[in-house]
Design a protein around this ligand. Structure first.
Ligand SMILES: NC(=O)c1ccc[n+]([C@@H]2O[C@H](COP(=O)([O-])OP(=O)(O)OC[C@H]3O[C@@H](n4cnc5c(N)ncnc54)[C@H](O)[C@@H]3O)[C@@H](O)[C@H]2O)c1
Ligand SMILES: O=C(O)C1=N[C@H](C(=O)O)CCC1
Length: 272
């Protein structure tokens, strides 16, 4: 067996998407794994085409397929930034194949999360609303600042993303909100205030508010604002290149290769 064949085989799902293209690039540039497959949804124009040609470059010898069962059966890892419905189906297939499932998809429902948890009984699943190093550091900082500042400091999470984003608040905003709630020894469900409109009344002490901006080509911007009488602390992350998410996802897939079944996040991967 050649050295190339010894490397973990990674399948990328949603290869034509904004993140799919970045993930393919990250796998091709890595010397630690090989591209074992390329998935797209049924009926997509790329299905049946060579991935490299479909991406506008030279042929890669990997045909884009919608046959997830066959693609995942011969993979050691799946990088999945697609849609909630696809992600839940992939979790079940990765569980059967004992492949590491890296989930970047956001907008997952409580029921989706229950099904992902069930799949993680059979194989490692690494899921994060944001796979960048910077945001995962910011999560820890948010938890600490929220714990250090009392309830007289109001917490608001403000995020901005490109015009194509379909879910709000962003997965990152929810991670930051959860960290702030943990810092206050509470759960986000207890403290969360969704987008405000109309006669909302004054702000409830201790609550955590969310605001979402959508426009243009913004890759992803997040502020956690701690506001008190006379001063404010703002923790900010600005993403300017989707490669940060792709690099994090690939790192997670490689990290997961020797892990047992279970649910993990990027803090586990990064040792934060
Ligand atoms: N966790 C992170 O770090 C992070 C970073 C960026 C984006 N995201 C999330 O990733 C997801 C995708 O974002 P995007 O901007 O790339 O979206 P996109 O719409 O550009 O890409 C999604 C791709 O998934 C494909 N797809 C949908 N259903 C499928 C199926 N059943 N099988 C195979 N492919 C399927 C679509 O055809 C499309 O190519 C979103 O949920 C987004 O919030 C997460
Ligand atoms: O482009 C997106 O969509 C992004 N989604 C993630 C989120 O919901 O937080 C990460 C940032 C980019």
């Amino acid at each position: 067996m050649s050295a190339e064949q010894n490397r973990p085989g990674i399948v990328v799902a949603g290869v034509s998407g904004r993140m799919g293209r970045m993930l393919v690039q990250a796998v091709l540039e890595s010397g630690d794994c090989r591209l074992a497959g390329a998935l797209e949804r049924e009926g997509h124009a790329w299905v049946g085409q060579d991935l490299g040609t479909a991406m506008g470059g030279s042929a890669l010898g990997v045909t884009v397929t919608d046959d997830a069962v066959a693609a995942i059966a011969q993979a050691q890892g799946l990088l999945d930034f697609t849609s909630p419905a696809a992600t839940v189906a992939y979790a079940e297939l990765c569980a059967q194949a004992r492949a590491v499932h890296v989930i970047g998809t956001t907008g997952l429902s409580e029921d989706d999360l229950r099904r992902i948890k069930a799949a993680a009984r059979h194989a490692p699943i690494i899921r994060a609303g944001n796979m960048s190093l910077g945001v995962n550091l910011l999560v820890g900082l948010t938890r600490r600042v929220a714990a250090a500042l009392g309830e007289d400091w109001d917490i608001e999470v403000v995020e901005a993303h490109h015009r194509h984003k379909v879910d709000a608040p962003s997965g990152t905003a929810l991670m930051l909100g959860e960290a702030a709630a943990e810092g206050r020894s509470a759960t986000l469900d207890d403290l969360r205030v969704p987008a405000r409109e109309g006669m909302t009344g004054p702000r409830k002490p201790g609550s955590i508010g969310f605001s979402a901006i959508r426009g243009g080509d913004v890759v992803g911007e997040h502020d956690v604002i701690f506001a008190a009488a006379g001063e404010r602390v703002v923790l900010r992350h600005l993403a300017t290149d989707r490669a940060i998410f792709a690099r994090g996802a690939l790192r997670a897939a490689l990290w997961g290769q020797d892990k047992g079944p279970g649910e993990y996040d990027m803090a586990d991967v990064l040792g934060l």
